[in-house]
Design a protein around this ligand. Structure first.
Ligand SMILES: Cc1ncc(COP(=O)(O)O)c(C=O)c1O
Length: 380
């Protein structure tokens, strides 16, 4: 077994999901699962139809590894129009989901011992992929629960040195729901050297509340060649199971990442790519996206009264302060056993994080009942 792989952490949420399933089976009960990051909505039928039509046309063979030309063109047009990124089709690589794009970026850049900054709390796969790569991980706190950008930037500047190879930023953020502003990115980009790469994970770009604005750091005209921007169809279009995402980067970086894409998956299935073009361009599909975001916003409103909830500005998660002295994993188990609600333990996102995470990518009934039961615990 590969020693680095054997030693990686990150299985806590998987262990917890196993515990929830076993608990349900043993007690013949059903638990309200507020720990998933998978939209409860179905993929729009127009996208499904496009996929079926593509298969019927015989599009069942390998495609060019970076992505089919029509999709790369549509994606670069979208990045120019919506993200204000100066993009051409050659800057795009189509990958098997955002996580694959992130894997390609980290694995193609990092040598053992290289310094990498991640903000804590973080989405666990960053840490795990960095660990497999032998990276020297430096964690910069996100200043919970205030999430003050000035404080975060000060934390960042203290941790940063010119030999940091990579910084991973995620906005809208999982799990905090925080959104980095234009000024935040400008300051960060003006601080870093010409050797440091910024990996900007923007998979929740469309899920925004209270008129929040998403900023793509690659649009700011500062060190753009050093930025790898990652996007996905998973969350925006409720297409998690389709496994399609993409990245934008300089041609120099893409040349290396493409090798890894070829060796890890050859290409994304052609019929999935054809369906993705429809997701991008079809008006009904995009109206569906707006509708889903509206529904998330309504669910988010239920959090306002909840004691200890850190209100998210984007994505569909909320961190809530653990009201007990139980450790995070024990508290999450306690919630299953006592109120029949599964939440993600803070330990899944950082060390000694006195929070737990709920997700409102669940159906309305589960959400409102889950919040009702949690509020009895949070009051006490
Ligand atoms: C912050 C973040 N980035 C990336 C991803 C990857 O999503 P996918 O691989 O489905 O595109 C997720 C999924 O939960 C996520 O939360």
């Amino acid at each position: 077994m590969n020693e680095l792989l054997k030693n990686i952490s990150g299985a806590k949420n998987v262990e917890y999901a196993d515990f929830v399933r076993e608990y349900e089976a043993k007690n013949k009960t059903s638990i309200l699962k507020l720990q998933t990051g998978d939209p409860d909505f179905s993929t729009h039928p127009n996208v499904v139809k496009a996929m079926l039509a593509s298969i019927e046309k015989g599009k069942t063979h390998y495609t060019n590894s970076p992505g089919i030309p029509d999709l790369r063109s549509a994606l670069s047009e979208k990045l120019v129009r919506e993200n204000k990124i100066n993009s051409a089709p050659e800057n795009i690589l189509v990958a098997n989901g955002g996580v694959h794009a992130i894997y390609l970026a980290i694995r193609s850049l990092i040598n053992p011992g290289d310094k990498v900054i991640i903000f804590e709390p973080y989405w666990m796969p960053y840490k795990s992929i960095l660990e497999i790569s032998g990276a020297n991980i430096i964690k910069v706190p996100l200043d919970l629960p205030h999430m003050n950008e000035e404080t975060i930037l000060n934390n960042f500047k203290k941790a940063y040195s010119n030999d940091v190879k990579l910084i991973i930023a995620n906005s809208p953020n999982n799990p905090t729901g925080m959104i980095f502003s234009e000024n935040f990115y400008k300051d960060l980009l003006n601080t870093i050297s010409n050797e440091t790469i910024l990996l900007s994970d923007e998979v929740y770009e469309k899920i925004l509340y209270d008129k929040a604005v998403h900023v793509s750091p690659a649009s700011l005209g500062i060190k753009s060649e050093q930025i790898i921007s990652v996007f996905s169809f998973s969350k925006t279009y409720a297409m998690t199971g389709w496994r399609i995402g993409y990245l934008h980067a300089s041609k120099v970086l893409n040349k290396e990442m493409l090798k890894l894409l070829q060796y890890t998956s050859t290409c994304v299935s052609p019929f999935i790519q054809d369906a993705a073009i429809v997701a991008l361009k079809d008006n009904a599909v995009n109206a569906h996206v707006d509708e889903m975001v509206k529904r998330y916003a309504e669910r988010r409103n239920l959090l306002i009264e909840l004691k200890g909830a850190v209100m998210p500005k984007g994505a569909f998660y909320c961190l809530i302060q653990n009201p007990t002295h139980l450790g995070e994993v024990n508290f999450s188990r306690w919630c299953v056993e006592n109120i029949g609600v599964a939440v993600s333990p803070g330990d899944a996102f950082g060390e000694n994080l006195p929070f737990f995470r709920v997700s409102f990518a669940v159906d309305d009934t589960t959400w409102s009942e889950g919040i009702k039961r949690l509020s009895t615990v949070l009051k006490g």
